[in-house]
Design a protein around this ligand. Sequence first.
Ligand code: NAP
Length: 245
Amino acid sequence: MNTKTAVITGASRGIGRAIASAFAKNGYNVVINYHNSESSALELKNTLISQGYECDIFKADVGNYDECMALMNFCIEKYGKIDTLVNNAGISQIKLFTDITPNEWDSMVKTNLTGVFNCSQCALKYMLKEHSGNIINISSMWGVDGASCEVHYSAVKAGVIGFTKALAKEVGLSNIRVNCIAPGVIMTDMMNGFSKDELEDIKSEIPLNTFGTPDDVANTALFLASDHAKFITGQTLGVNGGQVM
Ligand code: NAP
């Protein structure tokens, strides 16, 4: 068993999956949270374990407080502590503002913002006792800049940035750092709705003229969790090829 432990939400696919792999390969016990994609989470667990790394999976809807508490309790029972929480789980939707239904708005807030509250509060119950910990929230460049036809997504991702700054101020004296990553366009299932032509248009707006990979975000999360970032808290790091500066 390793000396450090990380809980990664929404780690069955995409960015969360890359973060879970990176943490497992860099000396962490990892709890892979999933909601619907059980077979994908299990496949990741089996792959990492067959390579000699330590991890387990746990099903929880981040929008449900009791399930988030159960996720953190599971981590404590299995590994004894939570050094790092990565709040990655998220949903997105492209829709004209006037067409967004109240239910769609609520569901965006519940998963992408309430989920961050739920998991952070549940994990902090343990981190505060240890007087140590690290929370990394995955926002979006649209939380910084705002995206047309993604008002609900942009609003909650901006909320995650405000949450990060406020919590960082509150728990700094307890030796807990809270930071945010604001990815740009990262090639995952979340980008499946875009056509080839639309993707080419988007790429032309990125100074580095390429899309990001889940590993680009995972490496940034590893850095923020490490002692190399021990004087960094309350910050939002853009990982976006220069699309938003
Ligand atoms: P993705 O490939 O669609 O994966 C989403 C992940 O979130 C899945 O593992 C999914 O789990 C999980 N999830 C969704 N709702 C959940 C819930 N209620 N409870 C627990 N887990 C839940 O998306 P991604 O591109 O990796 O995005 C990951 C994060 O990065 C999100 O917060 C997203 O907003 C942010 N982001 C992505 C991009 C991008 O270009 N891809 C850019 C900026 C920010 P199940 O499949 O098990 O349900």
